[in-house]
Design a protein around this ligand. Structure first.
Ligand SMILES: Cc1ncc(COP(=O)(O)O)c(C=O)c1O
Length: 305
């Protein structure tokens, strides 16, 4: 198969261009590269349809607003080119990654010097966790690295700035775990490095509020599913020990989908196997990925009217 392409629109490609995925496209002076000054999304394609596109675009524009970044790319422009890049790369089941950075500037921090934001759209297949993690559950650690304080950097925005999360992933790697639970500055569980986290106990389904976490779109889908199947949802402040003694724990994210947790900091969750409620959510989430109300079909999409 021919090499995959990506779409780029930037100072260097002002009209926008489809170019081979591995060709260099970013200026060394792009403030996304120099300073992490940018935003991104991770979006799934299931059977030729984009899952929850509107929600991802809403969050993308909220993240841009947080950075005070005005861009010439509207929702239709981004959608048209995301769909085209997915079509050109023949992605049926995969992943789209829109990234917008402040663009080419000088070596100073001042964003005013960046007159042309950079948009890059990548569509590719996605590497999942291996199957056994879904069957046996993940090992989690409690990271020693806290989330950034909300006042310094609001975790509600999805920024190209994952340094703390990457440091937490390194801790997990060193301790041969697959994910790390991260606390907010007050010691409450916020989320994992790339996922939101849920637990099940006799009260129902409990999850941290999104005050110090990314408002995950998979998280929102799970909350909707719970309400539809009659499981009570509690969005509340939770400490690590609440998770240690939960009946079941699972994480959610666009990449991970719904993945059971078997162990956190050597505490075995339940009997150490994915529990029945987690399995039910895995099953219901699978159905949601086929639900027309969440889907934008890439071959039926006719673009800007
Ligand atoms: C830090 C963090 N939390 C949570 C999530 C899950 O969000 P979503 O379900 O929208 O992918 C992600 C992934 O995007 C993430 O990076």
């Amino acid at each position: 198969m021919s090499e995959k392409v990506l779409f780029v629109c930037s100072k260097g490609f002002p009209e926008g261009a489809y170019i081979p995925q591995h060709e260099p496209v970013i200026s060394a002076f792009d403030h996304g590269f120099l300073y992490g000054d940018g935003v991104f999304e991770g979006i799934r394609i299931y059977d030729g349809a984009i899952f929850r596109l509107d929600k991802h675009l809403d969050r993308l524009y909220r993240s841009l607003e947080y950075l005070g970044m005005e861009v010439p790319f509207d929702r239709e422009f981004i959608t048209d080119h995301m769909i085209e890049v997915a079509r050109r790369n023949r992605i049926v089941n995969g992943y789209i990654r829109p990234v917008i950075s402040r663009g080419d500037g000088d070596l100073g921090l001042n964003p005013e010097k960046c007159k042309h934001p950079t948009l890059v759209l990548i569509a590719d297949t996605i590497i999942l966790y291996p199957k056994e993690y879904y069957e046996e559950g993940l090992r989690l650690i409690l990271s020693s690295i806290p989330k950034n304080s909300k006042k310094a950097l609001n975790p509600n925005a999805k920024l190209t700035q994952y340094i703390n999360n990457i440091r937490a992933v390194r801790e997990a790697n060193l301790r041969v775990a697959q994910e790390a639970m991260m606390l907010d500055s007050a010691g409450y569980v916020a989320e994992c490095t790339g996922d939101n986290i849920f637990m099940i106990n006799k009260k129902g389904l409990c999850t941290p509020t999104t005050e110090n976490a990314l408002p995950g779109i998979t998280r929102e889908t799970i909350v909707d599913i719970a309400r539809n199947i009659g499981i009570t949802v509690h969005e509340q402040r939770l400490k690590p020990h609440h998770f240690y003694k939960a009946d079941e724990v699972f994480v959610t994210g666009t990449a991970a989908e719904v993945c059971p947790v078997r162990e956190i900091e050597s505490n075995i969750i339940g009997d150490g196997n994915p529990g029945p409620v987690t399995r039910q959510f895995m099953e219901e989430f699978r159905k949601a990925t086929k639900d027309p109300k969440y889907l934008t079909h890439i071959h039926q999409y006719s673009g800007r009217s």
